[in-house]
Design a protein around this ligand. Structure first.
Ligand code: SAM
Ligand code: SF4
Length: 359
């Protein structure tokens, strides 16, 4: 076996653990990967990127063939859920080909996507046909000027057309991701939830994390999910749910009764409201995932610098997956117990932006 240089396990032990199951030193089974296929994006969200970003040179970014190979290797090791993310995955040329190649992979139970929605009006149907069953679309505001303020360059109308195209394409589930910022869109929890209910979507509220150096103080813009939940409970009868979609969100259901919306429409609501609360509720105990950046860095935790560079192995052994598999298995020995974000610190928890690691 090739020594990955990461762990001190003997070759015999490595042979024993060389089985299709990824388990870390805390007994957590890893069956979910998030793969970023580009660090580029057509938006510059203020919480995610700085205004002037330098993106990676193209030869440092994995080819789509390398992305597909990595996914196949992870699936052979027991991963059953893959999220394609970025940057904005749909700005990557020929991204749909990747979805088509892996959509039918044996052993892959779920292929999902996180997108800002800007390109969905062109690609929603092709994604559905390629085997994507659920998508997450980020939407932080329903007010065009604010949407522009948050994304710096984004056009709300285009995203709403993308969302409509996704609805039309008939995905099993569409979930909106919303990040509220104090003084910018913290009054939009109710309108965004109502928009989700009206359209039959789920919605998750994500607390802002201190990843990358941005131009505002995270502590000043932070809105806790406890505050958002309180607001929503004043409007809807929410019932705590133990449901999970395999991610970190804690869900609440609006009971399946007639819900009267602002527009006075009455409909049966199936909407789940989720809260992803990396600051106020650490969810690391049940962590089941790792992330891979678009240059092939395997990050064991969003909030730590630990990583293993898989790109050299991909390129040095183009026809042999064993070294890659071994490096992945060994890397789990270094998966940290959890993140520990402290918004009071001026410096970010990690210097890389969320768009680099992949959200
Ligand atoms: N471009 C796509 C999008 O926006 O959906 C996919 C990548 S983006 C990095 C994935 C998710 O990360 C988005 O929902 C975004 O709101 C979230 N995100 C970005 N920066 C964040 C931060 N600092 N804290 C919390 N969530 C963040
Ligand atoms: Fe782009 Fe998504 Fe980051 Fe916004 S959150 S800048 S859309 S990668």
């Amino acid at each position: 076996m090739v020594n990955c240089g990461l762990c001190i396990l003997s070759d015999t032990v490595k042979q024993d653990i060389f089985q299709p199951n990824l388990v870390d030193t805390f007994g957590r089974k890893i069956d979910y990967i998030r793969l970023s296929i580009t660090d580029r994006c057509d938006f510059r969200c203020v919480y995610c990127m700085s205004e002037n970003m330098t993106f990676l040179p193209r030869d440092e970014v994995l080819s789509l063939e390398e992305c597909a190979r990595l996914i196949k290797v992870f699936v052979s090791l027991g991963v059953s859920k893959v999220r394609i993310t970025g940057g904005e995955p749909l700005v990557r040329k020929n991204a749909i080909q990747l979805f088509e190649e892996i959509g039918q992979l044996q052993g892959l139970r779920e292929l999902v996507l996180t997108t800002n929605g800007s390109q969905l009006e062109h690609h929603a149907l092709a994604l559905k046909q390629a085997g994507v069953r659920r998508i997450n679309i980020s939407l932080d505001s329903l007010v065009a000027a604010r949407f522009r303020q948050i994304t710096r360059v984004g056009e709300l109308d285009k995203v709403l057309r993308g969302i409509a195209a996704a609805k039309q394409a008939g995905f099993e589930n569409i979930k909106l991701n919303a990040l509220l910022m104090r003084g910018i869109n913290d009054d939009e929890a109710l309108p965004l939830a109502a928009f989700a209910i009206e359209n039959g979507f789920d919605i998750s509220f994500i607390e802002e994390m201190p990843l990358g150096a941005v131009s505002h103080l995270r502590q000043s813009s932070y809105v806790s999910n406890e505050e958002t939940l309180k607001l929503l409970r004043a409007r809807y009868d929410l019932i705590s749910s133990t449901e999970t979609t395999g991610g970190p969100a804690q869900y609440w259901r609006i009971p399946n009764i007639k819900t009267i919306l602002n527009s006075n429409t009455v409909l049966n609501s199936n909407t789940k409201i989720g809260f992803i609360s990396p600051n106020s509720h650490n969810f690391c105990e049940a962590c089941n995932r790792v992330r891979i950046s678009c240059k092939g860095e395997l990050f064991l935790c969003l909030g730590h610098e630990n990583k293993v560079d898989l790109r050299p192995l991909l390129r040095a052994y183009p026809h042999d997956d064993k070294p890659l598999k071994q490096a992945i298995i060994c890397s789990l020995q270094t998966k940290p117990k959890g993140h520990d974000f402290d918004l009071k610190r001026a410096a970010p928890a990690v210097i890389r932006f969320m768009s680099h690691t992949g959200g």
